[in-house]
Design a protein around this ligand. Structure first.
Ligand code: AMP
Length: 120
């Protein structure tokens, strides 16, 4: 897959507000926050979309959630609550093709999350 801006963040080629890192993943603040707390948890190994994961990624994808939970606990908003989102492809609004878990918190979050009228 082609390199994305997230690979550049992993490689420290562009700056980011990195809040967590371990062997498998990195977490950093979203540059365009949609809630008072909004950060992204990304695997260091790039995978373009959720459609591209396979059995070998089982632990890695689970690891992203464990990291999100750990950060939520460390930052003190785990009990209050938070939302995790992974957008997949165009209709979901994915813009960076390196999978990432959005973690949003710090205010009551509306549901459903979209603002356009749902046509079924
Ligand atoms: P998505 O639309 O699900 O692909 O989410 C991509 C997210 O990456 C958006 O929320 C962007 O604001 C965020 N983003 C893009 N470039 C950067 C960057 N350089 N640093 C931090 N967040 C970024």
């Amino acid at each position: 897959m082609s390199e994305t801006i997230f690979t550049k963040i992993i490689n420290r080629e562009i700056p980011a507000d990195i809040i967590y890192e371990d062997d498998l993943c990195l977490a950093f603040s979203d540059i365009n926050p949609q809630a008072p707390i909004h950060f992204l948890v990304i695997p260091k190994r790039p995978i373009a979309t959720l459609n591209d994961i396979s059995e070998v990624d089982r632990e890695l994808v689970g690891h992203l959630f464990l990291a999100a939970k750990k950060i939520a606990e460390e930052k003190g908003f785990a009990d209050e609550g938070y939302r995790t989102v992974m957008n997949c492809n165009e209709s979901a609004g994915q813009t960076v093709f390196h999978i990432h878990l959005h973690v949003l918190a710090g205010k009551p979050l509306g549901w459903p999350p979209y603002t356009d009228k749902l046509k079924v």
